[in-house]
Design a protein. Structure first.
Length: 188
């Protein structure tokens, strides 16, 4: 893919991401006017039936994983039945030399049994060195806490993943965005 094609693809993906609607609950989704299409749910099984559009999405996901420096997996416990996801993750990351972190963000990790199960699944997929070097990180937070809260070292996860709200060069009084204790943000 040439540079111009890559830029076009990035622009297309940005437009697509801007059009995604995130719902806090299934109840909120069900209250959405009928004019909106139903969401597509892909079950965690190996035998996923794909339309050509979904196959293209998975292919692009593998390509994106090959060049990713950070991967964030939100609320997913990698059930043993979802061999397809494990395969796609392994296929995308096997030749990735730029990978710095994979964050598994799941509130269920606060429960020891859930944490033990996920660790077992991850140890069967990733090399020991990924854990020893801190590349694989289990984060026992919900999505909101991950993006708005702090990490154990005192910094924010947003900064750790290279997505601070404000430019690092700005002094606090110059900051455009202010993150409040309740997780809301406002423009300064």
């Amino acid at each position: 893919m040439g540079e111009a094609e890559a830029r076009g693809e990035v622009a297309r993906l940005r437009r697509m991401l801007e059009s995604i609607t995130v719902y806090d609950s299934y109840a909120d989704l069900r209250r959405t006017p009928v004019a909106f299409p139903s969401p597509l749910l892909i079950t965690p099984t190996w035998n996923k039936s794909f339309t050509s559009q979904l196959a293209d999405i998975w292919k692009k996901a593998v390509l994106a994983l090959r060049a990713a420096t950070r991967v964030i997996i939100l609320g997913y416990s990698m059930p043993p039945t979802d061999q397809h996801f494990r395969y796609l993750l392994a296929a995308g990351l096997q030749d990735n030399i730029s990978l710095q972190n994979i964050f598994f963000v799941n509130l269920g990790l606060r429960e020891e049994n859930t944490k033990t199960q996920l660790e077992g699944r991850l140890h069967s997929l990733f090399r020991r060195e990924h854990f020893d070097r801190g590349i694989i990180q289990l984060v026992a937070k919900n999505t909101r806490e991950f993006f708005t809260g702090s990490e154990p070292s005192g910094g924010s996860y947003r900064t750790a993943i290279g997505r601070p709200l404000n430019s690092p060069e700005l002094a606090p009084e110059q900051a455009r965005w202010i993150l409040h204790e309740d997780g809301s943000k406002s423009i300064h």
